[in-house]
Design a protein around this ligand. Structure first.
Ligand code: VGL
Ligand code: ZN
Length: 205
């Protein structure tokens, strides 16, 4: 088993005090820090949007946060401005031990196309290159945690399963937006049904 730890979007804007704060978002950090050295390969993604990004409600006149729009046939949820490239909100949470990361992958960098998954942008076709990185290192097993359970973690897990990785989801190291209501529960069930193995950070220490 050649395994890697994949940490999704543990950034200031998704933690308490941030512009798209996930409830208890910072609670994912201690478990992730604790298990990092149990993995030979550690990768973290960052949501990293240009100021004119399609997912920002303020870039659509007459629209509000959480409204849906259709852009180039893709359904897009509108969010508050978050993780604007180079801003403090886009930084990793200061408690995350980013000194041990082998690779930091920025995603969501195209103005007109969002990217929830670490593997493919939201057209489900445009690759981020991450699959090639893992395959190049002979990685076949991914242990995944981070933010947010029902968006970037969910799409990353589903793509990882489609790409034939064995996927372990760290239940104590994920937190969700839960929009719409009960989305976290729905998405957790979908991930399990698709083959994700639910585990906790204690299994890796
Ligand atoms: C995310 C909403 C918008 C996430 C990113 O990291 O889950 N959610 N952009
Ligand atoms: Zn985003």
């Amino acid at each position: 088993m050649h395994k890697a730890l994949l940490i999704i979007d543990v950034q200031q804007d998704f933690c308490p005090g941030g512009s798209l704060a996930v409830n208890e978002g910072d609670k994912v950090i201690s478990g992730l820090n604790r298990i990092m050295t149990a993995f030979p390969v550690r990768v973290a993604t960052r949501d990293w949007h240009p100021a004119n990004h399609v997912s920002f409600a303020e870039n659509h006149s007459g629209k509000a946060v959480y409204d849906m729009v259709e852009i180039d046939t893709i359904q897009q949820v509108l969010w508050p401005v978050h993780c604007a490239a180079g801003t403090t909100g886009a930084d990793f949470h200061p408690d995350l031990d980013n000194t041990r990361l082998n690779l930091v992958l920025n995603k969501g960098t195209s103005p007109r196309l969002d990217s929830y998954s670490a593997f493919f942008e939201n057209d489900h076709k445009t690759s981020t290159g991450l699959d090639g990185y893992f395959k190049g290192l002979g990685i076949n097993t991914l242990v995944i945690g981070g933010l947010a359970t029902d968006y970037c973690v969910f799409y990353t897990v589903m793509d990882a399963l489609k790409l034939r990785y064995q996927v372990y989801l760290l239940e104590d190291c994920i937190r969700g937006v839960d929009v719409p209501k009960n989305n976290v529960q729905t998405r957790m069930e979908e991930m399990k049904r698709a083959g994700a193995i639910i585990t906790t950070s204690r299994d890796f220490t």
